[in-house]
Design a protein around this ligand. Structure first.
Ligand code: NDP
Length: 276
């Protein structure tokens, strides 16, 4: 008899995580039996606790804040994207290897597509230069926007991020640059908020004059109405929070773990909205 496959999400804190529910809803779509738990590990415990899950024959683990960089260092086999972004959110425990991949970028792009946002040849502004911004930059580049500008409260970090991905951007004919709100014109089709401003202080990550009705505003934060999305709403622009990204990145993990099974993401986004 086949053993039920075991999965988990690991983070600190983790109590709020919707991942067990999302993977249960995906599994229901395929009549698949699986177990999916959540574990709160302290930073110094991460390595030996992951080793323990491997010994207990967990098939895979999702990694969330603040451990995506640590997980990148932990894995001994990495996807190209995990290497480029130095971030791992999906681990597969194989016989002799610990394989790490990142699905955040494709999760964002797929949710933008569900929102009918066109990325090719568009002008995109990415706000933030932390782990989330770095994690999605490569997938944005692959979708070949005409221009991809990065703005961050700490200007030097935006510069570092742009320098890190400059060669890839050039290879894809994408104009990657740092955005300076005081000197550069605001001319964007899509603005993506990858900062934690909304959670931490309910502050705007960019000046108020960066909101206009013909731009699409995407906030990776979900579960709270941020100042960023409030401004988008006020000026009658189209917008979305990051719940769909959460579901779409989970769908990619699910696909990696279950031989390419691709769940209906919109159905789960709709089911999840009812849980808030
Ligand atoms: P980090 O701590 O790595 O980075 C935080 C970023 O936010 C930095 O760029 C920081 O700027 C900026 N920031 C923080 N406070 C402010 C503020 N008051 N004004 C302007 N900028 C600010 O966090 P992550 O990058 O890992 O996560 C960012 C957000 O993305 C979180 O809210 C997280 O929940 C969300 N997220 C959502 C996902 C989803 O699936 N929907 C997936 C991953 C992340 P500075 O460098 O100046 O400090």
């Amino acid at each position: 008899m086949n053993q039920i496959k075991k999965f988990a999400v690991v983070g600190h804190p983790i109590a709020h995580s919707k991942s067990p529910m999302i993977h249960r809803l995906f599994a229901e779509q395929f009549d698949l039996q699986l177990s999916y738990e959540k574990f709160d590990f302290l930073p110094h415990q991460l390595q030996f606790k992951l080793d323990a899950l491997r010994e207990q024959e967990y098939a895979g683990v999702n990694i969330t804040l603040p451990f995506k960089k640590n997980a990148f260092l932990y894995c001994n086999d990495l996807s190209a994207k995990a290497r480029q972004t130095e971030s791992v959110n999906t681990i597969i425990f194989k016989k002799n290897q610990i394989y790490g991949d990142t699905t955040d970028g494709i999760g964002l792009v797929n949710d933008l597509l569900l929102n009918k946002v066109k990325l090719a040849s568009s002008n995109i502004l990415l706000l933030g230069a932390g782990g989330a911004a770095q994690g999605v930059l490569m997938d944005l580049i692959i979708n070949r926007p005409a221009n991809l500008a990065v703005h961050n409260r700490t200007h030097e970090k935006a510069e570092m991020l742009v320098n890190k991905f400059k060669v890839e951007a050039d290879n894809h004919d994408v104009g990657l640059a740092v955005f300076n709100p005081k000197a550069d014109n605001f001319n964007f089709d899509v603005v993506i908020n990858a900062t934690s401003a909304g959670i931490l202080g309910n502050e705007l990550p960019i000046a108020i004059n960066a909101f206009q009705s013909n731009t699409f505003y995407y906030d990776m934060t979900y579960g709270v109405e941020t100042a960023f999305l409030r401004e988008a709403k006020k000026c009658n622009a189209n917008f979305s929070d990051g719940l769909g990204m959460l579901v779409c990145q989970a769908a990619e993990s699910f696909r990696l773990w279950h031989d390419g099974l691709s769940p209906n993401r919109q159905k789960v986004i709709d089911q999840l909205k009812k849980s808030f």
